[in-house]
Design a protein around this ligand. Sequence first.
Ligand SMILES: CC(C)(COP(=O)(O)OP(=O)(O)OC[C@H]1O[C@@H](n2cnc3c(N)ncnc32)[C@H](O)[C@@H]1OP(=O)(O)O)[C@@H](O)C(=O)NCCC(=O)NCCS
Length: 148
Amino acid sequence: MIIYRVATAFDLPVFVSLDKELFPYSPWSASQYKEEFSSPTRHFVVAVDEAQSIIGYAGVFAPGGAEADVLTVGVVPSHRGKGIARQLMVLITDWAHKQGSTAMMLEVKVDNQDAIGLYEALGYSKLNTRKDYFGPGLHALVMRLELS
Ligand SMILES: CC(C)(COP(=O)(O)OP(=O)(O)OC[C@H]1O[C@@H](n2cnc3c(N)ncnc32)[C@H](O)[C@@H]1OP(=O)(O)O)[C@@H](O)C(=O)NCCC(=O)NCCS
């Protein structure tokens, strides 16, 4: 059974390690995660399996009005295609909505078809592109979801 819960500072090393695997082009460091975790405008959730291992995670920045930003979402390869990312996205979106956000924004690498498929399935629309957003030659697609 998969359990979803709010992330704690104890999960930080796992985030750092999984980031290296899932986001080799832009992993966050421990100090970056530490800073993010300490801010009340950020919210991170995890999915854990029966062995209590983290198999997915997501984070959002909701400054308390207008737009919230999806900071990250990732699922380990062995557990993909089971709806875990969808559920993690629902959890961070609900939290942002409760903070007063009226829209969700995100940047995704233009060639990341898996993630673009996920966001489109959740109702996000493509807005524009940001050149070199993730580094030289790594362009981002900006996507947005209105929250009713
Ligand atoms: C993108 C990612 C988070 C999807 O995780 P997942 O748990 O497999 O996704 P889900 O099973 O919740 O899929 C939900 C929906 O997203 C879409 N989707 C998921 N994977 C997809 C793929 N490979 N191609 C197209 N659409 C896809 C589908 O519409 C799916 O709905 P369905 O199962 O009803 O068809 C995962 O592939 C991942 O961790 N990738 C590496 C990290 C990453 O790139 N994160 C995004 C950063 S912007």
